[in-house]
Write a protein of this length. Structure first.
Length: 363
C-alpha cells in the first residue's frame, strides 16, 4: 500500500485528465471531487475510478468538456441533459441551477438525465446544504449489466441506485448529509476489497448460482454474481423507487436490457431542493434541528463505540485524519492508476516523482 498527500494526489489526477483531453477547469473539478471522496473515507468513489473514466473518455462514452443543457424550464421544474459529460462538472452545474431557482421560488425540482458517473452524491447534497437548503436526491445507473439483486432474487436487476438527503447546519453546527447506496455496499467498495485481496462482510454478495459468498471476485468474472439490497425488502423497494423516479420519470432510462449495453456509467438524477424559510418558521426549524441532533448524539454509546454519530460525522472525522496522515491507496489500485497515466502519456518515473515518491506502508 502507498500513502499519498491529498495535494500531490490531486495534482497528479488533474494532470491525467488534462492529458486525456479536459480543459484545466474541468480537470480541477473532477480531480478535486475524487480526492475529496478519498479524504472522506469513501475510496469507492475516489481516485480508483480514474482508470475507468479515462477508458470511457477514450472510447467516447464520456464526453470531455461537456456542459449541462436546459431542455425545458417550467419555473419550479428544470429538465436538464448532461450530454454524457463528467458528472463532477454536470452535477455541479445542475445543482447551481436548482439552488438559484429554489432560493427564488422556495423549491425546485431538477430532472437531470444522461450524465456520466455523478460520483459521491453527497457532494451535491452538500452544495445545497451550504446554500441553506434541504435537498433529496434519487439516482439510477444504466449502461452496463445490473449489479444488485432484488429482495428474494438470485440475479441482478438494478444497480446500486444511491439515495441522499442533505439538511443545512444549525448555527454553529454541521450539516446532516445522509448519502447511501441502496445495496448493502457500493460496487466501488467491492472493487476496493477485490484489489486489496480482502473478503467482503457476510451477506453482501451472492455468486452466479445465488449462494451467499464473501468473495468480491464474483463481481469481476465473465458471469457475475450480485450485490444484495440494504435492509432486505426495504432497500430493494427504495432501489426500485429510485429506478422509477430517476430513470423513468426523468426520461433517462431504467435498467432494462435495452439500456445495458453502452459499456459506460450512465447516471440520471431527480433532485428536490427546498428552502426551509418557504415552509414555515425558519427559527423553529433551526431550533428543532439542533435539538434533535444533540439529543440523538447524547445517547449512551454501545459497547465498543466511542461516540454516537449522525450522518456526515464519519466523513468529517476521516477528512481530518487523512489530511494529516495522507490517503492510503492499495497496491492494485495504484498500479491501475500508473497504467492509466502511461496511457495518456505520463511515464511512470515522472509520475512518481511528481508525488515525491509516495511512501510504502505495510499492507
Amino acid at each position: 500500500m502507498v500513502v499519498v498527500g491529498a495535494e500531490e494526489l490531486e495534482r497528479l489526477i488533474k494532470t491525467m485528465f488534462e492529458k486525456a483531453g479536459s480543459e484545466i477547469e474541468e480537470a480541477v473539478m473532477v480531480s478535486s471531487n475524487l480526492v475529496e471522496a478519498n479524504l472522506m473515507g469513501h475510496d469507492s468513489h475516489g481516485v480508483g475510478l480514474v482508470p475507468r473514466y479515462i477508458q470511457n473518455c477514450q472510447n467516447k462514452t464520456l464526453t470531455a468538456n461537456a456542459h449541462v443543457s436546459v431542455e425545458q424550464d417550467d419555473g419550479v421544474i428544470l429538465q436538464l441533459h448532461g450530454n454524457m459529460g463528467y458528472g463532477q462538472v454536470i452535477g455541479g452545474e445542475a445543482m447551481r441551477l436548482g439552488i438559484t431557482r429554489a432560493l427564488q421560488l422556495g423549491v425546485s425540482i431538477v430532472a437531470l438525465r444522461s450524465s456520466h458517473h455523478l460520483g459521491r452524491i453527497g457532494a451535491w447534497g452538500e452544495m445545497c446544504a451550504e446554500a441553506g437548503l434541504v435537498s433529496i436526491h434519487y439516482v439510477n445507473v444504466i449502461g452496463h449489466e445490473p449489479l444488485v439483486a432484488p429482495y428474494g432474487g438470485a440475479e441482478g436487476r438494478y444497480s446500486t441506485n444511491p439515495y441522499c438527503t442533505a439538511i443545512p447546519a444549525p448555527p454553529g453546527g454541521k450539516p446532516i448529509i445522509f448519502d447511501m447506496a441502496t445495496s448493502k455496499v457500493a460496487m466501488g467498495k467491492v472493487r476496493v476489497a477485490y484489489n486489496k485481496g480482502e473478503e467482503m462482510p457476510e451477506d453482501c454478495l451472492i455468486s452466479p448460482s445465488g449462494a451467499r459468498t464473501r468473495d468480491p471476485g464474483v463481481m469481476f468474472r465473465e458471469q457475475i454474481g450480485a450485490l444484495l439490497p440494504v435492509g432486505d425488502h426495504k432497500g430493494s423497494g427504495l432501489a426500485l423507487v429510485a429506478e422509477i423516479l430517476a430513470g423513468a420519470l426523468v426520461n433517462g432510462g431504467t435498467c432494462v436490457p435495452a439500456n445495458q449495453n453502452s459499456g459506460t456509467i450512465h447516471n440520471n438524477m431527480l433532485s428536490i431542493i427546498m428552502n426551509p424559510t418557504a415552509l414555515g418558521d425558519a427559527d423553529y426549524f433551526q431550533s428543532e434541528l439542533e435539538g434533535i441532533t444533540d439529543y440523538v448524539k447524547s445517547a449512551r454509546p454501545a459497547q465498543g463505540v466511542d461516540a454516537v454519530m449522525v450522518p456526515g460525522d464519519p466523513e468529517r472525522k476521516s477528512m481530518a485524519e487523512r489530511r494529516a496522515k495522507g490517503i492510503p491507496i492499495d497496491d492494485q489500485t495504484w498500479r491501475e492508476i500508473l497504467e492509466s497515466a502511461e496511457v495518456v502519456g505520463i511515464k511512470e518515473p515522472a509520475f512518481l516523482a511528481s508525488v515525491n515518491q509516495p511512501r510504502q506502508v505495510a499492507s
